[in-house]
Design a protein around this ligand. Structure first.
Ligand code: PEP
Ligand code: MG
Length: 906
């Protein structure tokens, strides 16, 4: 079977094979070649080879194919490998199915040997040839021979110092010859062998190393963070070199067909004249713009023909790929070559804008637009911003430390960390962090992940920091050149401002501004439109795009979306975000509000049933008001109200001062408070006297709550509202528990209806959060109107991990790979999920129309939502701010099930 695919001179063997086989880079090169875009010739070794190598296979299986592809490459490039007069030089690059910027290895200028350097010198000058050789030695030495790169860098610094030179560009051919000589010596000392001088040996070494780089530490971390499966593997691309560093008529650059921060439809990019490959991405020199900006330095102004051709090509590529493209190009002596095209990483803002614009442009349909936006990307649109007034005041006070490029929108405020390790350590203590680095590299990935915001002092919108931050949805400012970092002193400085590591810093990733000190934040533009109504929808293009995507999502989802909301305010936010009902109202949260906890404590301390009823009578009107407020917000939408769940102990004071205050307020001796608190203390409160167990031993509590619900419903009816309360019993494990409490609810309903004279429709259901309830679902369902999975407790009880104490061991489990991820954040589909599937099936065996939802935290997690859709639940319920995310995730789950390819922008 063919595993190596050539491309060149307008013909691509791999055209149409796609990313799965050729990796993103290989697929892009094949498609571009087939479209007639100028691409240097080469070949791609497919991704399945990487999986074989990971399993310990050798490269022997592809030798013959690579040889014949190399032969074809020599023919297309009209150069020979190892030819002393006109040598073929190649790049060897990784390219996985989903882009992993900078995580794997690349080798450039391969094919330079002691015999071919003179050939390159004769064509392009000694200095150029020796500089290429130096770079090759460094990259190959580091990646293939595992000689630490800093040893080569040290040799170069020594030569520069000896010659009194500052910049690399000042090195003469003689200096470079000396650096090369030292580099070769380092290799000899370190490895005990000469640097390989046979181009074929070099090539095989590089192919093996690039495949192996799939399994390096940083690539593995990146895959974990982005949920990229380990068995996808990378392809390897071998391609004829073109040089952007052949003088001022050469250049290298990166472009986006649309703005990756805002999504605006404008060509966007950066380049560096006389530079090679990774210089732009590495962020070492601040690049120049592509579009004319009056500076006279842009590509449009300095190389107008190449610019015009690039613009033509970007139109072709956008039409072909129907998505925003991220392009890499090189100009060698005024001739333009494309080296890469891929779907560009983008912020959440850009994702919704590009998707909706492309529907308007007729490039994609609404279904594809829904598939193009990752649910988590919406979080950015809801994230806070700095209030204009406070920021302007900080600037007036002289706190503006500098400006950079707005690489990741939003507002972040945190303590300064100058290294990735410090950022991780600070974040572990719960501190928000702004990571400040000269530039970032793949080693910084964990620090970037831990930080709320990232600031770099060099590099452009396509630098490592910018690309990775965009992918992670982090607030990010790059290239703030006026600021410097003094690592020995642990300080950040600009012309007249100074801040130490640990001090507060605020960065505005929408405006690119860096401010010392703390700034408050305010709701995002979308929130101001959708929730606060402060800005009209017509005035906010981002809110319009957000609303359109969600409307299209609603038309495509099967799952209903509800919210977990305990107060009228939360219910309102949930409704404005599109919730179709309340899936969980935790009544106990209301108990903690001002002025209420006293009555609750009085109820708990009561000695007689009369005293207890008297205390409950005080709580009743408060609960009634809350429920009425929620019914007013939700109208006819169903409202699931859970009866009291936590152990009573949680409501009692625990320190002496609060005990004394409580005793005084309730006019009882402090001993009594102490004694009752002590009596209610349990060894395992989560497995103790809570949930329906409380309702059975203390029915008067549930009776009061049910009364409050019906009285509120009756009051709502009087106001012309038609509420739909659903009363939910927590922590049921045996049918008898549910049956007993169903009778209690029905009786109370009957009595209250008799008093108020008007029946209110209602349902009585149960949570399924005890494993036994899941297994006995066919019995429990018999007399039950609905199920709602409490996957927080169900996870806790299935694993036997205490939700409150897992912090001491779960992080270790995840770090060591014992568990793939936190099962409380994303549902364990194999264990807990199996119980969900069993309960759903058994419940519906006896009641085919049984309504089933989920109200644990997993109801707002996109991957869990996909699972819930798959097992046939009716709705998911999540916190109000996750409602938009759940709407989109539910639509994507429905589309995935229809097996419309849900393309990820990752
Ligand atoms: C659950 O257990 O999933 C649930 C929603 O209830 P709580 O988190 O209040 O225990
Ligand atoms: Mg629970």
């Amino acid at each position: 079977m063919k595993r190596v695919f050539s491309f060149g001179n307008g013909v691509a063997e791999g055209a149409g094979l796609g990313k799965e086989t050729l990796g993103g880079k290989g697929a892009g090169l094949a498609e571009m070649t087939a479209l007639g875009v100028p691409v240097p010739p080469g070949f791609t070794i497919e991704t399945s080879v990487c999986a074989d190598i990971s399993r310990g296979a050798s490269l022997d299986g592809i030798r013959a194919e690579v040889e014949s592809a190399l032969h074809k490459l020599e023919h297309d490039a009209d150069k020979r490998f190892g030819d002393p007069r006109n040598p073929l030089l190649v790049s060897v690059r990784s390219g996985a199915r989903s882009s992993m910027p900078g995580m794997m290895d690349t080798i450039l200028n391969l094919g330079l040997t002691t015999r071919t350097v003179p050939g390159l010198s004769a064509m392009s000058g000694d200095r150029f040839a020796l500089d290429c050789r130096r770079r090759f030695l460094e990259m190959y030495g580091d990646v293939v021979l595992r000689v630490p790169r800093h040893e080569f860098e040290k040799a170069m610094t020594e030569v520069k110092r000896a010659r009194g030179l500052k910049a690399d560009g000042d090195l003469t051919a003689e200096d470079l010859a000396e650096i090369v000589r030292r580099g070769e010596q380092i290799v000899r000392q370190r490895t005990g062998h000469d640097f390989p001088d046979d181009p074929r040996e070099q090539l095989w070494g590089a192919i093996g190393a690039v495949f192996r780089s799939w399994d390096n530490e940083r690539a593995r971390t990146y895959r974990k963070l982005h949920h990229i499966p380990d068995d996808w593997g990378t392809a390897v691309n071998v391609q004829a070199m073109v040089f952007g560093n052949r003088g001022e008529t050469s250049a290298t650059g990166v472009a986006f067909t649309r703005d990756p921060s805002t999504g605006e439809r404008k060509f966007y990019g950066e380049f560096l004249p006389n530079a090679q490959g990774e210089d732009v991405v590495a962020g070492i020199r601040t690049p120049r713009p592509l579009n004319a900006d009056g500076s006279g330095l842009s590509l449009q102004e300095t190389m107008p023909e190449a610019y015009a051709e690039l613009v033509r090509i970007k139109e072709t590529l956008e039409k072909r790929f129907r998505d925003m493209q991220d392009l890499e190009f090189t100009i060698e002596d005024r001739k333009l070559y494309l080296l890469q095209t891929r779907n560009g990483k983008r912020t959440g803002f850009a994702a919704v804008r590009i998707a909706t614009d492309m529907v308007d442009e007729g490039l994609i349909d609404p279904e594809e637009a829904v598939a193009r936006v990752e649910p988590e990307q919406l979080v950015q649109l809801l994230a806070p911003i700095f209030p204009q007034k406070e920021k302007a005041a900080a600037v007036r006070e002289g706190r503006l430390m500098g400006k950079g490029l707005p690489a990741g929108p939003g507002a972040a405020c945190g303590r300064i960390a100058l290294t990735a390790e410090t950022a991780v350590a600070m974040a572990a203590k719960g501190e928000p962090v702004v990571l400040v680095r000269e530039e970032t590299s793949p080693e910084d990935i964990a620090g970037m992940h831990a930080a709320a915001g990232i600031l770099t002092l060099r590099g452009g919108m396509t630098s490592h920091a910018a690309v990775v931050a965009r992918g992670m949805g982090k607030v990010c400012v790059v290239g703030a050149g006026e600021i410097e970092v003094d690592l020995p002193r642990k300080e950040v400085r600009s012309k007249n401002l100074k801040a130490a590591e640990g001090d507060w810093m605020s960065i505005d990733g929408t405006a690119g501004e860096v401010i010392v000190g703390k700034l408050p934040t305010q709701p995002s533009e979308v929130l101001q439109v959708v929730i606060e109504g402060k800005i009209p929808l017509e005035k906010s293009s981002v809110s319009q795009a957000f609303t359109r995507i969600l409307t299209w999502a609603d038309e495509r989802r099967r799952l209903g979306i509800r919210a977990n909301a305990d107060t009228p305010h939360d219910a309102r936010v949930a409704r404005l975000f599109g919730a179709e009902g309340i899936g969980l109202c935790r009544t106990e949260h209301m108990f903690f509000e001002d002025g209420r906890i006293g009555a609750v404590r009085e109820m708990i301390l009561a000695e007689t049933i009369e005293q207890r009823r008297a205390a409950l009578a005080k709580i009743l009107p408060m609960q009634r008001e809350d429920f009425l407020g929620i019914f007013r917000e939700m109208g006819e939408r169903p409202v699931t109200i859970r009866l009291l769940d936590p152990p009573l102990h949680e409501f009692l004071p625990h320190d002496d001062a609060t005990m004394a205050r409580t005793a005084a307020e309730l006019k009882v001796p402090i001993e009594k408070v102490r004694e009752r608190t002590h009596a209610l203390k349990e060894a395992n409160p989560m497995l103790g006297h809570r949930g329906c167990r409380l309702g059975i031993t203390n029915p008067e509590i549930y009776e009061m709550q049910v009364r409050a619900i019906f009285e509120a419903a009756a009051a709502a009816v009087k106001e012309g509202i038609h509420p739909n309360p659903e009363i939910m019993i927590p922590l049921v494990g045996a049918r008898g528990e549910f049956e007993r409490l169903r009778v209690l609810v029905d009786e109370a309903a009957k009595n209250i209806t008799a008093e108020i004279g008007k029946p209110v429709p209602y349902k009585v259901g149960t949570m399924i959060e005890v494993p036994r309830a899941a297994l006995r679902a066919n019995r429990i369902a018999l007399n039950c109107d609905f199920f709602s999975f409490g996957t927080n407790d169900l996870t806790q009880m299935t694993y036997g991990y205490s939700r409150d104490d897992m912090g001491t061991f779960l992080p270790v489990y995840i770090a060591e790979g014992i568990l793939p991820e936190d099962p409380f954040a994303s549902l364990d589909q194999y264990g807990v999920g199996e119980l969900v599937a069993i309960a759903t099936r058994r419940g519906r065996e006896v009641k085919p129309k049984l309504k089933i939802g989920v109200c644990g935290e997993h109801g707002g997690d996109p991957r869990s939502i996909e699972f819930f859709n798959h097992v046939g639940l009716d709705y998911v319920s999540c916190s109000p701010f996750r409602v938009p995310i759940a709407r989109l995730a539910a639509a994507r789950a429905a589309l995935a099930e229809k097996s419309v390819g849900v393309s990820s922008t990752a």
